[in-house]
Design a protein around this ligand. Structure first.
Ligand SMILES: NC(=O)C1=CN([C@@H]2O[C@H](COP(=O)(O)OP(=O)(O)OC[C@H]3O[C@@H](n4cnc5c(N)ncnc54)[C@H](O)[C@@H]3O)[C@@H](O)[C@H]2O)C=CC1
Ligand SMILES: O=C([O-])CC(=O)C(=O)O
Length: 344
C-alpha cells in the first residue's frame, strides 16, 4: 500500500504542478505522512482539517471527534488534493485514527466564554487530554504531538506525565502550540510599526495564558522606533488577544479561524522538520532548560525527531526581563497543577 502510494506520489512530482510538491526537497518523492486531528469537528478542528487537507506534505488525514465526524470527513474528502481523508467517530475507532500517525494535532475540548480564564477550562479539558494521550501512547507513541487544548500551560505537562506513565515519553515529541501568540504579535506589531506584515518576525516566549505570554518586541524585525508606551500596549494586546476574541464572540467560543491558521503553520513546520528540511524554527511550549521552569515556550529548531534544539531567549529589554520574572510563579503553578492531576 505504502509502496504503491509512494509510486503515485512520484508520478505526481513529474506532473506540471510538481514544483509545488517538491519545494524545499532534494529527493524526488515527498514522504508519506499521516496527520491525525483529535477534535476535528470542532470550531478549530474543521478549518484546521481543511488547511491540513490543502497541505501537500500530508498523504493521510485522519479526522477524529466524538460527534459529527462523518459529515466533516465526507465534506473535506471531496477536495482534490493529495491526502486521503478518513473520519473516525467513536472511542472504538480512536486506535485506527492514531495508528501510523506522524503528527497528532489536539484541538479537543471546551473553549472559554466571556469572564472565564483558560485555567477555568482545566476541570473538563484535563480529563479529555488525559484520555487522548493514553491512546496516543498506545497507538502512535512516536508521533509528534501538537497540543492546542487549553490551558496549554497545564495540558502539556499532563501529556508528559501520561506518556511517562506509559513509558513512551520523549520530550522531543511533545509541543504546546503557542503559534497564535506569534501570529498576533506579528499582526499587531506590523500595524503599529507600519512595516509589511509578511516580513515581520517576533519571538513570543513563556506560556500561553495572560501574562505568561511574553512577546519579545525588542527582537522584532524589521526594526522600528516604537516608544515604551507603544511597546507596553502591544505587549498587553498580545497577552489579551485570546480574551479580545472571546469577548467579541460573546459566548460563542474563542478564536477558531486564526487558531486553525496558526495550528496549520505549526503542523507544517513539524512535517518539514520530519522530512529533513533544514532550519525550521518556530516558537513552542516544550520541556526546557532555558529557565528554571520545566516547560517553557521559546524558539525551537525542528528536525527529523521533533525538537532538535531549544534556542535561548537572546537579549531582553529591561521591560521584558521584568515580564519574565513576573510570569514565572503563575506558569510554574499551572505546570504543577497539570503534573499533580496526571500523577494522582
Ligand atoms: N493553543 C491555542 O492557542 C488555542 C487553544 N484553544 C483551545 O482549543 C480547544 C478547542 O476549541 P474549539 O475548537 O473552539 O472548541 P469546540 O467546542 O468548537 O470544539 C471542540 C471539539 O472537541 C471535541 N471533543 C470533545 N471531547 C473530545 C474527545 N474526548 N475526543 C475527541 N474530540 C473531543 C468536541 O466534540 C468538539 O467538536 C479549547 O480548549 C480552546 O480553549 C483555542 C484557541 C487557541
Ligand atoms: O483565549 C482563549 O481561550 C483561546 C486561546 O487560547 C487564544 O485565543 O489564544
Amino acid at each position: 500500500m505504502r509502496t504503491s502510494m509512494l509510486r503515485s506520489i512520484k508520478s505526481l512530482t513529474t506532473s506540471p504542478s510538481a514544483h509545488i510538491l517538491r519545494r524545499g526537497y532534494s529527493s524526488e518523492a515527498v514522504p508519506l505522512r499521516k496527520v491525525t486531528v483529535l477534535g476535528a469537528a470542532g470550531g478549530i478542528g474543521q478549518p484546521l482539517s481543511l488547511l491540513m487537507k490543502l497541505n501537500p506534505l500530508v498523504s493521510n488525514l485522519a479526522l477524529y471527534d466524538i460527534a459529527n465526524t462523518p459529515g466533516v470527513a465526507a465534506d473535506i474528502s471531496h477536495i482534490n488534493t493529495r491526502s486521503e481523508v478518513v473520519g473516525y467517530a467513536s472511542d472504538a475507532e480512536l486506535g485506527k485514527a492514531l495508528e501510523g500517525a506522524d503528527v497528532v494535532i489536539i484541538p479537543a475540548g471546551v473553549p472559554r466564554k466571556p469572564g472565564m480564564t483558560r485555567d477555568d477550562l482545566f476541570n473538563i479539558n484535563a480529563g479529555i487530554v488525559k484520555g487522548l494521550c493514553e491512546a496516543i501512547a498506545k497507538y502512535c507513541p512516536k508521533a509528534l504531538v501538537n497540543m492546542i487544548s487549553n490551558p496549554v500551560n497545564s495540558t502539556v505537562p499532563i501529556a508528559a506525565e501520561i506518556f511517562k506513565k506509559a513509558g513512551t515519553y520523549d520530550p522531543k515529541r511533545l509541543f504546546g502550540v503557542t503559534t497564535l501568540d506569534v501570529v498576533r504579535a506579528k499582526t499587531f506589531y506590523a500595524g503599529k510599526a507600519m512595516v509589511p506584515v509578511a516580513e515581520v518576525n517576533v519571538p513570543v516566549v513563556g506560556g500561553h495564558a495572560g501574562i505568561t505570554i511574553l512577546p519579545l518586541f525588542s527582537q522584532a524585525t524589521p526594526k522600528a522606533n516604537l516608544s515604551d508606551e507603544e511597546l507596553t500596549a502591544l505587549t498587553k494586546r498580545t497577552q489579551d488577544g485570546g480574551t479580545e476574541v472571546v469577548e467579541a464572540k460573546a459566548g460563542k467560543g474563542s478564536a477558531t479561524l486564526s487558531m486553525a491558521y496558526a495550528g496549520a503553520i505549526f503542523a507544517d513546520a513539524c512535517l518539514k522538520g520530519l522530512n529533513g528540511v533544514p532550519d525550521v524554527i518556530e516558537c513552542s511550549f516544550v520541556q526546557s532548560t532555558v529557565t528554571e521552569l520545566p516547560f517553557f515556550a521559546s524558539k525551537v529548531r525542528l528536525g527529523k525527531n521533533g525538537v532538535e534544539e531549544v534556542l535561548g531567549l537572546g537579549p531582553l529589554s529591561d521591560y521584558e526581563k521584568e515580564g519574565l520574572e513576573k510570569l514565572k510563579p503563575e506558569l510554574l503553578s499551572s505546570i504543577e497543577k497539570g503534573i499533580k492531576f496526571a500523577t494522582q
